[in-house]
Write a protein that binds this ligand. Structure first.
Ligand code: FAD
Length: 330
């Protein structure tokens, strides 16, 4: 279901709150703008809607797991389609009249230092103001430029054995990567299948003890460059073709791709506590280094799982509401 079809335009009487805006609180269009409506953003908006906060929830794209057929490890929703999980979230949010849901990208955000409020520009050109911002904008996976990699991403090319290892149990698997981390990743995946190989797509950069560990556990290393991945119609992996003409049959290839932040809103807002990966660091209140800016989900350096993103979204929603309350009731 599209977000637009759920958007509320005017607030019904039931959206009125039991308190007036105290004079010392600057007027804004919203209490909170939540940017991103994946598990993190939807959960944050749900908490805030239940607090009867005026919320704008904006999403201008697709969630990270959109190419995947199923979400796993999400209590009570194991195996649900990603789009179906989001649909439930949007539908349940529609019951809260103070939450406005929009299919818009937030292009710009700035903090008014005098009032501590925020001004955001949407892709329609509309500008809105808010007292707090929650960044739930996720990350982008940057896949190696190999034919077939992007096409099979989410089915035959996988990032996480905890999410999808069970579905390829006991099948022939490959691990893509180089250097220190690839051996550990291959040994981890070997808990799901005893037929695992490592493909380094060029010089392996493996320490001798890593090579020995892999050998001890019956995991061969293919160091020649990969030409392309050949998939089946259902986007499962079928074969890996190497530049030297060799071919191996594999049902799935796992890799840890590089990642980028989906937006530069955090840097626009002046968030300076960033991880080396670019992840936005938050404190125990889920607040970034800029007061009033919170971040939740994959955009922070914590574990990247849908249910963890949902939990962080809940924490961000609660933190925001408590800070708003402190300011109103000083
Ligand atoms: C192929 C694949 C399969 C996966 N499978 C699983 C699984 O089975 N189980 C599991 O637990 N995890 C899985 N994950 C991980 C899971 O997808 C993430 O942990 C989860 O999506 C993080 O949620 P999020 O809300 O932080 O980010 P996302 O779900 O990525 O949502 C971020 C949203 O923000 C929006 N956005 C970004 N910038 C802007 C902007 N400027 N304005 C407006 N909107 C914006 C994006 O369009 C997006 O919809 C998988 C990941 C991948 C890549």
């Amino acid at each position: 279901m599209s977000m637009l079809s759920l958007a509320t335009t005017a607030m019904p009487t039931s959206a009125r709150r039991p308190f007036r805006r105290p004079q010392h609180i600057p007027p804004t269009d919203y209490d909170v703008v939540v940017v991103g409506a994946g598990c993190a953003g939807l959960s944050a908006a749900l908490v805030l809607g239940r607090c009867r906060r005026r919320v704008l929830l904006c999403d201008g794209g697709k969630t990270r797991n959109a190419p995947s057929p199923a979400v796993h490890n999400f209590l009570s929703r194991d195996g649900i389609k990603p789009q179906e999980l989001l649909r439930h979230g949007h539908e349940q949010l529609a019951a809260y009249p103070t939450v406005e849901q929009r299919e818009n990208c937030v292009l710009q955000a700035e903090r008014d230092e005098a009032t501590g409020t925020f001004r955001l520009t949407l892709d329609t050109g509309r500008c809105v103001t808010s007292r707090k911002i929650i960044l739930a904008t996720g990350v982008l996976d940057v896949l190696p430029p190999i034919d077939g990699m992007r096409e099979l991403w989410g089915v035959g090319v996988l990032h996480c054995p905890y999410c999808h290892g069970y579905e390829v149990s006991d099948r022939p698997l490959a691990i893509y990567g180089r250097g220190k981390s690839v051996a550990g990743f291959a040994l981890l995946v070997s808990r799901w299948s005893k037929d695992v190989v490592v493909c380094t797509d060029g010089t392996a950069g493996l320490a001798e003890h890593s090579r020995l560990r892999l050998k001890r556990h019956g995991i061969p290393v293919f160091e020649q460059p990969i030409k392309r991945l050949v998939g089946l119609e259902n986007r499962e992996l079928h074969q890996i073709e190497f530049a030297d003409g060799a071919v191996i049959e594999r049902a799935a290839l796992f890799l840890h791709p590089n990642q980028q932040q989906r937006t530069d809103l955090a840097t626009q807002l002046g968030c300076y506590r960033l991880a080396r990966s670019g992840g936005i660091r938050v404190d125990k209140r889920i607040q970034t280094s800029v007061p009033g800016v919170y971040a939740a989900g994959d955009t922070t350096p914590a574990a990247q799982q849908a249910v963890v993103a949902a939990a962080e979204g809940v924490q961000a929603g609660i933190s925001c509401n408590e800070q708003l309350t402190r300011e109103e009731c000083s």
